[in-house]
Design a protein around this ligand. Structure first.
Ligand code: PEP
Ligand code: MN
Length: 347
């Protein structure tokens, strides 16, 4: 159920309705929107009777939500959510398009600073880099852990780029949240419900990556876990799914990115790097994603991809990334978007 307040409703009026919802034993989720506030109601087992709210003259209408993902659906909140990371970095809704770029793993200060400088110069606004790496093999590099987080924070100080890095488990969540601007929840953890709930209680923005074989509905239900726990700064990431195809690492599902934008108000980001897993094909998919009208990209870039400690085969060189950003800059106006003003144009 969604309770839509009249545009004239004051914060006291909203608080009174929230109180009534709590009295009934349900949970209230106020959703401020353009011109009016709506209040999502969850926790009810059966239908909610309209009479229970009859005396509130400040309510405009009661709407039944038909989707199982209640709070993240467009049905509940038609206007786009903008994830505001501060310093003018606002992802979603508006006409700006944000690119998150950097190495798969943080390896050293030299490697990270070189990547940060290069991606910033080419127009990225966020730096990606894993400090805790969930690897398929226990014998592969597992990340620099806390030292990696510290290097990411130093790279932010150096460049002003916001930091996105993966949180692998609840044990390390506090450390990651202390250093990062955006908590990346990896594909392998999309249905780790205790982690979803824990990041839902965190005050940091979240980038939720689609599970290896998750349906669109499952992605939205995972986002609902985070959102309903109180964290409304959630972005979704299409990063390719596992299919029968073996020529590519994954199958990037751009259709899902289009459908997600219709179904949810949350920003949608596309990851062409994990989406195909082959360096020379990453730019084409990145261009296609930009043309699709999504809210941003996350791309792996490394100073020396052939020597990267993880995912080198899909990491772009600096020159490739710079060329790609030029293409993205030219494509975006077609879909009414642009890179943020502060993002430097490649020379
Ligand atoms: C990554 O971003 O390096 C990563 C591990 O991504 P995913 O969870 O999508 O595999
Ligand atoms: Mn990677």
């Amino acid at each position: 159920m969604l309770i839509v307040m009249k545009p004239s409703a004051s914060s006291e009026d909203i608080a009174r309705v929230v109180e009534r919802i709590a009295e009934l034993g349900f949970r209230a989720h106020p959703i401020p929107g353009e011109g009016r506030t709506a209040i999502g109601v969850t926790g009810n087992k059966g239908p909610i009777a309209e009479e229970w709210f009859e005396s509130f003259t400040t309510i405009a209408q009661l709407v039944r939500v038909t989707q199982p993902f209640k709070l993240v659906s467009r049905e509940v909140k038609p206007d786009a959510t903008i994830v505001d990371l501060g310093d003018g970095v606002r992802i979603g809704g508006s006409a700006t398009f944000h690119v998150m770029a950097g190495p798969c793993s943080v390896e050293s200060q030299d490697q990270l600073f070189a990547a940060a400088d290069a991606v910033r110069a080419a127009g990225a606004t966020l730096l990606r880099g894993g400090a805790y790496k969930p690897r398929t093999s226990p014998y592969e590099f597992q990340g620099l852990k806390v030292d990696g987080l510290k290097l990411l924070a130093q790279a932010r100080d150096r460049t002003g780029l916001k930091i996105v890095t993966e949180v692998k488990d609840t044990e390390t969540l506090d450390a990651v949240a202390e250093h990062a601007d955006v908590l990346q929840l990896g594909a392998r953890n999309m249905q780790n419900y205790s982690l979803l709930e824990a990041v839902g209680r965190s005050h940091r923005a979240v980038l939720l990556k689609r599970g290896l074989s998750a349906t669109i509905k499952e992605v939205l239900m995972a986002a609902e876990y985070i959102y309903s726990a109180g964290n409304t700064n959630v972005m979704l990431c299409e990063r390719g799914i596992r299919t029968f195809e073996t020529m590519t690492r994954n199958t990037l599902d751009l259709g899902a990115a289009a459908v997600l934008q219709e179904m949810t108000h949350l920003p949608v980001i596309v990851d062409p790097s994990h989406g195909i897993g082959i360096r020379r094909h990453v730019p084409a998919l990145a261009r296609a994603a930009a043309a699709l009208g999504c809210d941003g990209l996350i791309i792996e870039v490394h100073p020396d991809p052939d020597r990267a400690w993880s995912d080198g085969q899909q990491s772009l060189t600096f020159a490739q990334f710079e060329a790609l950003m030029g293409d993205v800059r030219r494509i975006l106006p077609v879909v009414g978007r642009e890179l943020p003003l502060g993002a430097r144009a490649p020379s």
